[in-house]
Design a protein around this ligand. Sequence first.
Ligand code: COA
Length: 341
Amino acid sequence: MAIEIIATGRAVPPNKVTNEDLAERIDTTDEWIRSHTGIGARHVAASGIACSDLSLEAAREALNAAAQGGKGSPEELAQSLDLIILGTTTPDYLGVPPTACLVQDKLGAKNAGALDIAAACTGFIYGLELAAAFLMVNKDRKRALVIGTDVLSRIVNWDDRGTAVLFGDGSGAVLIEKTDAPAGGPGGRGLVRTILKADGSGAESLIIRQGGSRNPFKAGDVVAIPPYLEMNGHAVYTFAVKALTGIIERLLKEEGITIGDVARIIPHQANARIVQAAGKRLGIPEDKFFLNIEEYANTSAASIPIALDELNRAGKLKKGDLLMTVGFGGGLTYGGNLIIW
Ligand code: COA
């Protein structure tokens, strides 16, 4: 049996903020941002648009695509879902209710369980494996939606040039289905291997200190600026290059393949230089990596499913292509998936 991605969708807010726009309010330049990160712009959600709104849009796109592929109407597909799993760092509400439940309700997925997972930018990679395992352990389960969504614009300190330039908002979703195809080997399909890792010793490298149970808000607190993401850029950079190279090497070794067998690597889009450094270390040609960071910046858990949807809708993924996702993020978490398209 295989776990196949049968449809994809994405939602990116229309409001595009260019590097030049940012340079008007903070001490930065388009040249610095491009040369240090590869980022040219980011999309920022309008006020009133939250994680569940973007997630719902991406989920509906995925269901519509599956419906066009002859899998039933979007409503039937929603009702056929066994699980909705949403990777996010920026849920609608702090902890309760899970944002996935808001999506479940609006989608009409009345037979699905729904939960959020907090694996930061690695959320989609984690979510895909967890959803696949959920389908595999019970013969009656067949379909799940895996969504990665972040509205990082809400937790970025827009006065801090060290982080403000890096992030953007968006959502990506994939519909997965358990099928009778073989999971690996000749003619194999779907998710063939995943590595999920964590290194909590780096927890403070990416952190939102306020608002959780460690530093809760108390009545009478005066908040100068809202809770925001603090980052040790150098620590994350060093970790990220090591994480990417390690995961790529391990996935290849465990699967007994070489980089030549992989059609495309779809990395988490945090910084083009991180991806280039990892590629250089491993001797992998740059064009093996798909990068769309110039348009979207780092959309955290959304970056890989947005990239998958872009490639898919542009007809750039061929049936049978071996794809590798690889990513890292707060936690610190890291990992990767091997998927036969
Ligand atoms: N515009 C202009 N100058 C900036 C700047 C900006 N947006 N941000 C930092 N600088 C300045 C610094 O103040 C510093 O100036 P100084 O030399 O006068 O002190 C100089 O540029 C170099 O800063 P540095 O932090 O050494 O730059 P860097 O080359 O390490 O790049 C990051 C910084 C953040 C781009 C890089 O460390 C990085 O990408 N880290 C990983 C971040 C990440 O991926 N986070 C998400 C993980 S999911």
